[in-house]
Design a binder for this molecule. Structure first.
Ligand SMILES: C[S@@+](CC[C@H](N)C(=O)[O-])C[C@H]1O[C@@H](n2cnc3c(N)ncnc32)[C@H](O)[C@@H]1O
Length: 249
């Protein structure tokens, strides 16, 4: 899968795109990451891409011409899949696991990072972007941190990027539930022992215990997720019992 990231800070991505899971996936040819310097599309001798807002007010605005030029250049590339162009913005649809999975089904996603007070509205008016995505209800200083998070979250769904595909499928949000608790060595730490069942080697019992823990954790921490959770009749009954116990305690 290919990602393009359009930014005024290309150096920002050097280390995260080189290291760990992402770096290995690039080396293995599973991911193709292109960082595009927005300033290269400025007509200004000083490569300026911002200007004062019409109407006055604080801060600067990312101007329309370089953003249009950069996106049009991405779309015009020959011998590359057509990009799904996303503007990163606190005003966009909130990013989640379902969106990450959907983006991973596309051959090429281009992420455009805003800066300053934001971007010239004519980019939106002209329909320059296919989508506008927010990392959450807070304001970052630029889209770069959002782009990194999205590249990482989407890449986990690209076949082969995470060595053990089963690990992705049991992650939080995959079937509307949070993940089950994990334990490792030592067996006892500061008076706390690993649950005995996990040492039993009884795979089916362990699977059922983990499923139950997922339901309990989701009920306790993110009950809002349970509405869309894929539960069997037995699991629904368990959820009812957990809810009853909580109500009566
Ligand atoms: C300081 S913000 C501008 C915020 C804008 N004035 C507003 O309140 O909607 C600068 C840039 O950071 C990026 N950004 C900020 N918060 C973000 C978020 N929650 N998700 C994705 N991008 C964000 C966007 O690209 C935005 O154009």
């Amino acid at each position: 899968m290919r990602f393009d990231v359009v930014t005024i800070f290309p150096g920002y991505f050097a280390s995260p795109f080189d290291e760990s899971l992402i770096g290995r996936a690039v080396e293995a040819g599973l991911l193709d990451l292109h960082v595009v310097d927005l300033r290269a599309f400025s007509d200004d001798v000083h490569r300026k891409v911002d200007d004062e807002p019409y109407g006055g007010g604080p801060g600067m605005v990312l101007t329309a011409p370089p953003v249009f030029a950069a996106v049009e250049a991405l779309r015009a590339e020959k011998d590359a899949p057509a990009p799904h162009v996303v503007f990163l913005s606190p005003q966009g649809r909130r990013f989640d696991a379902a969106m990450a999975r959907e983006l991973a089904s596309r051959p090429r996603v281009s992420l455009v990072c805003g800066r300053y007070e934001g971007i010239d509205e004519r980019t939106r008016e002209a329909g320059l972007f296919d989508a506008e995505i927010s990392l959450g209800d807070f304001v970052l200083s630029g889209g770069e941190a959002a782009a990194l998070a999205i590249v990482e979250a989407v890449s986990r769904y690209v076949p082969g990027v995470v060595g053990d595909a089963g690990s992705v499928l049991s992650d939080s949000f995959e079937d509307g539930l949070l993940d089950y608790p994990h334990y490792s060595r030592p067996r006892e730490f500061r008076g706390r022992a690993v649950p005995e069942l996990l040492l039993s080697g009884h795979h089916e019992k362990i699977r059922l215990w983990r499923r139950e823990q997922q339901i309990r954790a989701t009920f306790a921490r993110r009950p809002d997720l349970l509405e869309g959770a894929a539960l069997s009749d037995e699991e629904k009954a368990l959820l009812e019992r957990v809810a009853d116990r909580t109500r009566s305690s």
